[in-house]
Design a protein around this ligand. Structure first.
Ligand code: ADP
Length: 450
């Protein structure tokens, strides 16, 4: 099959979270199954400084300057669209995000046509790519692109991309009747994620549990009705198990493949961060947003710090960043870094004893799988993909969204740290198969049935 995956971020070129990991690992896994795979993503700096073959795009409704460049690696073609629209300090969070990604969506079919890529399936991801579903059906696009089937995958329903309906219909030239409740409209606005949900041939999300949660009023963010109407398939994400591999990880001083081997990484981390290695270390590597369970975490933080070394690598919410900064002041057992630091993330996954994810909701979550692969025992709230990936025999779990329930699980982990109950969990985690093989085959079966 000729498969195109469209994503607003893709590791190692751009990343704010798990979407970037998926957008590179899934294509590589599909290519290794013998399919022809292309990834299309924005390029967030000036492309002209790079030696890719490139051309300028001229396409209907694309009014901003848009360049197309490509490279080949790992059997996958990586296509980047560059534009002054994308050259900003961060990828998202601007008042005109809806406009920026509308321009991106309008450009994609013409970029593919310009590269003579004629896909069987175009796989869209999250709100930034949602408008492509109606654009491919009803927009001004080449026939070779219109014949592609579309899949829309929800990686996070909390971000939907809303803007005035008239503007979006005007920018895209989509017919007026697409701007209805039975279409891309929601509460009077255009909803770019809903455009994907409504008009893609198939809607999926990244874990079976989350696929159910999004169809409930509690987890549907206002779109549960639309999602019940369309139906959602849950396909559990994997992790790139050659990239996330403690036996070969280039960022680690000493590589390991058994729990015994991990002790060197533990000591190295404690030494580097000036922590006492005789205490257990609890880590978090996370975007700081309420989704990640910040309110129950902060309520429990003081009590956790009594027993554990705490290592947090995370940025996001400014209030949470400064709270963590001040909490760490003068405490020898607390390390906080608000950067986005790939090498440090690897060393933390390897050097921690336990890894905390007390999420309010969690579509899939990759960090807990990475932690398990590195022998760090996950402590998770049983919600979304955390429920699908962390059974109690591999981690410490709790259900209620409260700091009491969180402290209960953390307390059990502390009580069992160093004992077989704890180490057996770590060993079972390390033995788990989180590779993309299973998921890639499920996607292929789904593509083939469209
Ligand atoms: P989400 O996609 O909701 O942010 P996931 O658990 O699915 O959460 O994926 C998070 C990914 O981002 C993981 O690969 C994690 O290691 C990485 N990550 C998150 N914060 C940081 C950070 N501050 N520095 C380095 N990597 C980070």
């Amino acid at each position: 099959m000729n498969i195109v995956l469209v994503s607003s971020e893709v590791h190692p070129f751009s990343k704010t979270g798990g979407l970037a990991d998926v957008a590179s690992a899934l294509p590589l896994a599909l290519a290794s199954l013998g399919h022809t795979v292309t990834v299309v993503s924005p390029w967030y700096e000036s492309l002209t400084r790079h030696p890719f073959p490139q051309f300028n795009l001229d396409a209907p409704h694309v009014v901003d300057q848009m360049g197309v460049g490509q490279l080949e690696e790992g059997g996958v073609r990586w296509v980047f669209l560059s534009s002054p629209l994308f050259e900003r300090d961060t990828y998202y969070g601007y008042w005109d995000d809806a406009y920026r990604f509308t321009q991106f969506c309008l450009a994609v079919p013409h970029a593919l046509e310009g590269l003579a890529i004629h896909p069987d399936v175009i796989h869209l991801n999250d709100w930034q790519t949602g408008l492509l579903a109606p654009i491919l059906r009803f927009g001004d696009v080449p026939d070779n692109q219109r014949r592609a089937k579309t899949v829309f995958t929800i990686h996070n329903l909390a971000y939907q991309g809303r803007w005035g309906l008239r503007d979006v219909l005007g920018w895209t030239g989509l017919p007026d009747w697409t701007g209805q409740p039975n279409g891309l409209e929601m509460n009077g606005d255009a909803n770019l994620l809903k455009a994907g949900v409504w008009y893609a041939d198939r809607v999926t999300t990244v874990s079976p549990r989350y696929a159910w949660e999004v169809t409930t009023p509690e987890g549907g963010f206002g779109l549960d009705g639309a999602l019940r109407t369309r139906g959602v398939t849950g396909i559990l994400n994997g992790i790139d198990s050659s990239y996330w591999n403690p036996a070969t990880d280039k960022y680690l001083e000493t590589n390991y493949s058994t729990l015994e081997g991990k002790s060197a990484a533990r000591v190295a981390l404690c030494k580097a961060l000036e922590l006492d290695p005789s205490r257990p270390t609890l880590a978090m590597i996370t975007r700081l947003s309420e989704q990640k369970g910040l309110s129950i975490f902060f309520a429990a933080l003081e009590a956790i710090a009594y027993d554990w070394n705490i290592v947090i690598l995370g940025s996001g919410d400014a209030g949470a960043e400064s709270a963590l900064h001040w909490f760490g002041q003068g405490r020898e057992n607390v390390y906080y870094n608000n950067g986005f630091v790939e090498p440090l993330a690897h060393r933390i996954y390897a050097g921690a004893d336990a890894f905390l994810m007390p999420s309010l909701f969690e579509p899939c979550g990759l960090a807990q799988m990475i932690a398990m692969r590195y022998g760090s025992v996950p402590i998770v709230r049983h919600v979304g993909g955390l429920l699908d990936t962390v059974p109690e025999e591999k981690g410490y779990t709790f259900s209620e969204y409260s700091s009491y329930a969180l402290l209960g699980a953390v307390g059990r982990a502390k009580a069992e740290w160093g004992k077989p109950a704890f180490t057996n969990r770590a060993i079972r985690g390390m033995q788990s198969d989180f590779s993309w093989d299973t998921a890639a085959k499920q996607y292929v079966t789904m593509y083939a049935g469209l």
